[in-house]
Design a protein around this ligand. Structure first.
Ligand SMILES: [Zn+2]
Length: 139
């Protein structure tokens, strides 16, 4: 292995190495069940740090890896994640996320207690949504 490869892997990260390994295995006609264990081993070996955390995270997302390997259409949340991941203008979200829209809760909110919503509008819209859901259950 050349020094250039090592540098690339340190920069690229464990998921990228796993992706490359799985793509190569699929191109060779290997099934996911046979491709996953050695690909995971190579990917984890590429990381000097946090190997156990990566192993746990990757095992927890194995269904998504399998679906991608088998060419299934990504779920809505997976597509949303892909959009966020590739957007160079993305802004990291703060610690506090609105329970209705998922936006950041401004620091000016929640002085009397923990704020759940970013704005009065989101608070109201969430209340309407709860009412509609309750009515739907009754009807
Ligand atoms: Zn909101």
């Amino acid at each position: 292995m050349s020094a250039g490869t090592v540098t690339l892997r340190l920069v690229a990260g464990v998921p990228t190495v796993l992706l490359e390994q799985l793509a190569a295995a699929r191109a060779d006609g290997t099934t996911f069940a046979h491709a996953w264990p050695p690909a995971l081993d190579v990917a984890l070996a590429s990381s000097a740090l946090e190997r156990e955390d990566w192993a746990a995270a990757l095992e927890e997302t194995i269904d998504s890896w399998r679906a991608a390997f088998e060419g299934c259409v990504a779920t809505r949340s997976e597509r949303a994640l892909a959009i966020v991941a590739v957007d160079p203008d993305r802004v990291p979200i703060g610690d506090r996320e609105c329970a209705h829209c998922g936006g950041e809760i401004p620091a000016t909110r929640g002085r009397q207690g923990p704020a759940r919503y970013c704005s009065p509008r989101c608070k109201r819209d969430a209340a309407y949504a709860r009412e509609r859901a309750a009515l739907a259950r009754v009807a």
